[in-house]
Design a protein around this ligand. Sequence first.
Ligand code: AP5
Length: 215
Amino acid sequence: MKIILLGAPGAGKGTVAKLLMEADGSIQISTGDLLRAAVKEGTELGRQAKGYMDRGDLVPDSLIMDMMEIRLQEKDCRQGFLLDGFPRTIPQAEALKEVMKRLDISLDFVVNLDVPRDIILDRLTTRRTCANGSCQEIYNTKSNPPNADGTCKKCGSPTIQRDDETEGAILNRLEVYNEKTAPLIGFYQGEGLLKTFLSVNSKDTVEAVIKALKE
Ligand code: AP5
């Protein structure tokens, strides 16, 4: 499958992407995960991105496009990909359209995860993420807790709260989403690619996406 996952912070893009990956072997490409890895490794990209990320602001489009143009040409993308957290602005969506045309790639559709705001706020303050960069399993202290000692059920590494999970950064991320990312819903509607799923239960959403792909 070749899809974009669109949704507010905490809508469950990462959770749904991991379940879809298990379903057909397509790979998840999360710009947030790529940026966090760059920060951890101390690369030039990570150094430039860190301040924006910690405040909950978007990283400049030019940095994201340079990173994604390279990533989309890697071999593992040929069997299918799930773009998680990208594109995030209209300029990114327009640039992605050009890149895909050049690389002769076409999307199946864009999955818009629609989740009520009160649920989103609750999920973001209770998320835990595996600190092991090659695992990054997502947990939730309420709906899907890690081991009792706070370690990851898959690899045993500690689970952590992200640097952008302070109350101030969470509220800013939601505002930035409304201003810069929500307009993509209209953009992809205009392209005839948008499918919206009310996503309260991630497994139900995954089933509905797979059904839509077969239609
Ligand atoms: P990114 O990592 O993309 O963060 P985000 O969009 O804010 O999304 P999240 O990862 O917070 O949430 P999610 O929707 O994946 O939800 P999850 O599955 O974890 O971006 C981080 C930063 O990087 C940005 O702020 C920006 O600075 C930068 N950046 C990234 N991409 C960029 C771009 N393209 N352009 C510019 N800057 C960019 O779920 C959340 C929680 O809810 C978890 O605890 C989970 O267990 C729980 N949960 C999920 N589904 C359910 C369910 N159905 N029931 C109960 N609990 C659930």
